[in-house]
Write a protein that binds this ligand. Structure first.
Ligand code: SF4
Length: 348
């Protein structure tokens, strides 16, 4: 379950790669490690260099988010006492992440050289080892008492609750983080750069539902600053991350078959909610090239939309070769079309 079960002294620095489920669980890990007396160092925002290093070090067959994870892990190796690579199997009972995410600790350990001590804990809620249980066990392996580790895990849960509440109120990732870590995190949030709304003085042209993995929606270095581009074009956004868990489960129960990938389940629930409640004028699905779950979920989402509405749907596939110019052209064309439909010109 844990690698390097050895005490870590107070003040030791733990590296957190800013990739994959960092965008869902950062508040939890941050509050948890701080509660154990440890300091968190988050890797710098994704840059072309992060992606280049990741693409060089990772297996050719991996998706861009995993390659990006490699780049972030590599950037931390000389700066921290230990790097944290959780094995995330299942975050809620009955749902699963994906095989690549599950294998991340092993892939990094075997493919990246000169890594510092690696901390691993296995989160598998389906088998009864959720976030709290797995982190208490990790805290114990680092030399903390059970009571101390439990208190730190509870602080983590509370931080996660505040963060999720923020997202459900339609805050962006960075706004939701600022809510609870106002001082130290301000730099992280400015760097994340994903706050975007049409803003004062700009004309609203369309309401867009942006769906996909949090790490594709909230990382401007991976998605070519998609959120800001859409805001500049006059689009107001609702994302799949703004749904509560209750909404995800309620919408999933309306589908012919619930999907067991947690990321895919949230995407399909968002598509269903946005369509049924007419919350958006069109949907953009951000898909990772080479991702099996994304291609299947995309297919189901598109069919679901076509079967019951005329809502425009755009699948944007991203990989390390995605080009800025092509993306802008597609977004402009999509927004123009949504705007014409809102005005009642040429609507289907
Ligand atoms: S779900 Fe898809 S995009 Fe995410 S890590 Fe797995 S393969 Fe990559």
């Amino acid at each position: 379950l844990h690698s390097s079960a050895m005490r870590l002294a107070e003040g030791a620095v733990i590296g957190l790669p800013r990739a994959l489920l960092f965008f869902e669980l950062y508040p939890f890990w941050r509050a948890f490690f701080n509660g154990l007396g440890l300091v968190c160092a988050v890797s710098a925002p994704t840059s072309p260099e992060t992606i280049e290093i990741g693409a060089r070090e990772a297996d050719d067959g991996t998706c861009l988010p995993v390659k990006t994870f490699y780049g972030h892990a590599a950037s931390l190796r000389d700066r921290v006492d230990a790097i944290f690579l959780p094995r995330l199997v299942s975050l809620t009972r009955g749902t699963y992440t994906c095989p690549k995410m599950l294998g991340i600790p092993d892939m990094i350990r075997h493919n990246l050289e000169r890594m510092p001590r690696i901390l691993v804990t296995c989160v598998d809620a389906t088998r009864g080892t959720g976030l709290v249980e797995s982190s208490v066990a990790l805290g114990r392996s680092l030399g903390r008492s059970a009571a101390h580790a439990r208190t730190a895990a509870r602080a983590g849960l509370e931080a996660l609750r505040v963060f999720r509440d923020g997202l459900e109120q339609n805050l962006s990732f960075s706004q939701a983080i600022v809510e609870q870590f106002p001082r130290e995190i301000s730099r992280l949030c400015r760097e994340t750069g994903n706050d975007a709304s049409v803003g004062p003085g700009r004309r609203l042209r369309a309401r867009v539902g942006l769906v996909g993995h949090a790490y594709n929606l909230f990382d401007p270095g991976v998605n070519l600053d998609l959120v800001r581009k859409l805001a500049k074009l006059g689009c107001d956004l609702r994302t799949s991350e703004h749904l509560s868990l209750v909404e995800v489960e309620a919408e999933s129960s309306l589908l012919p078959k619930a999907i067991f990938w947690s990321g895919g389940r949230r995407v399909l629930a968002a598509v269903s909610l946005f369509r049924r409640q007419r919350l958006v004028d069109g949907i953009i699905h951000v898909v990772s090239f080479g991702c099996g779950p994304d291609s299947m979920v995309g297919e189901i989402a598109e069919r679901e939309i076509r079967r019951s509405s005329s809502l425009p749907y755009l699948a944007l596939t991203i990989d390390e070769h995605a080009a800025e110019a092509g993306l802008v052209t597609r977004l402009e064309a999509f927004t123009d079309m949504l705007e014409r439909r809102r005005a009642g010109v040429g609507s289907a």
